[in-house]
Ligand binder design. Sequence first.
Ligand code: GLN
Length: 529
Amino acid sequence: MKYIIVTGGVMSGLGKGITTASVGRNLKNRGHNVTAIKIDPYINIDAGTMSPFQHGEVYVLKDGGEVDLDLGNYERFLDTELTRDHNLTTGKIYQSVISKERRGEYLGKTVQIIPHITNEIKDRIRKVSAKSGADICLIEVGGTVGDIESMPFLEAVRQMHREEAEEDIAFIHVTLVTLDAQKDQKTKPTQHSVKELRELGLYPDVIVARCKEPLLDDTRSKISLFCDVPVEAVISAHDSDDIYEVPLLMENQGLTEYLMSKLNLSTTSMDDSWEKMVDRMHTAKTEIKVAVVGKYTHLEDSYISISESLKHAAIECGCCLKADWVNSEKFDEDPNAVKMLDDYDGLLIPGGFGERGVEGKILAIRYARENNIPFLGLCLGMQLSVVEFARDVVGLDGANSTEFDENTPYPVIDILPEQEDVVDMGATMRLGDYEAVLREGSLAEKIYGSLSIVERHRHRYEVNPNFVERIENKGMIFSGKNKNRMEIIEIPEHRFFFASQFHPEFRSRPGNPSPPFKAFMDSMREGKE
Ligand code: GLN
């Protein structure tokens, strides 16, 4: 196994995740089988309990793991499927060391950070990477070098450096080059952060320097001299228009070749599909405007998989996408404001939890349904489209989800009593991959080109089967099911009205968009022709 460790300095939010994913993609393009592990030094066991306000989207894996959004970037860039074990947290490590201690597995020894915690970290890294069947494993250490929380992880990878052959492990350090008032590129923060790394016994092979502008030769030489890496191992990660350009930017500076020679790897085949996908992105013409009406709209990171999925679909349809994130509370306050949807080609209602802004989302859905505006609903977006239809078309006044009104006379969305197939992992949610069987001749079948699909889930509530017949009689059909669980709704009379209980955004890939997103985009584009 070859390991590439990615650390970060100076400050957080420099794009270590994208760097890791890009390096991985470039190695995959050369015929290698690549996997990735994200280390999050927080004490939470996983991201399931974390607020999207604070931490961005909770990404859901096929096995139901609720993980850091960087794993979404890995899956998209590497076109792979990871498991919850690919996200290590301090919480997980301590939990397992403490339960081993309780079982007496440490044979009376004093249990300490070194070696017990660091051994647990190394064991997990080695097991997860071996199990994935990859030949290269990237390990991104979250946080910034110097943080107390990340110390045990940095110590563990330092030990790995000692234990692995020199040609089996490489270190990349991501830092920031700032610009002063005269726009001169300043390398001092980078120098300090590399110094800090060295004090921990870690020596970077490559420095990826984030900068607003491309690094000047002079800056490169300075970093090379002060940080003791060859000039060709100083990579300029300047701002680019789109994250999908980052792999190309790194490839063009020779980073892939450099790493392969350090790791004694050779190119076994060449895949240029990424480059072609980026070319298609640049030549897209038709402008499409979509309104995403949700709750955390000021933080695009909270819906990152949705915006990526829209982008994947736009690239394949030759469209240039403009997505506006609209807070639904705006419609709660002023119902007339929904008319703003006239300026858009389509409406998307994402998933969500909690009560705020729900009525506003329902108003937006009604407007899209009545005005034949293409609509895509995801999870909560589907539940609310059922509530809207039940109230307005079926005539069930006061229909609601029991999540928002426990005493509703018509609980069209409810918690089903028999949740026997729910994987219990602290939460009572239905998480991860489940099958849906599609109705023959439905839009769903047409979109997926299949009668059986698998998609990822994250929800607690569902359509109440007692109302299905009454709703179907009025023209909203349940075209995807998992036994008595409703997975997809559609309105055949409408131009495009499609919603799913699952989250198709977690399986969308650049170059291979999620089918519902692709169909949504196609319908918006056709509306323009
Ligand atoms: N709050 C809803 C539920 O728990 C929807 C969840 C979601 O949109 N992810 O079922």
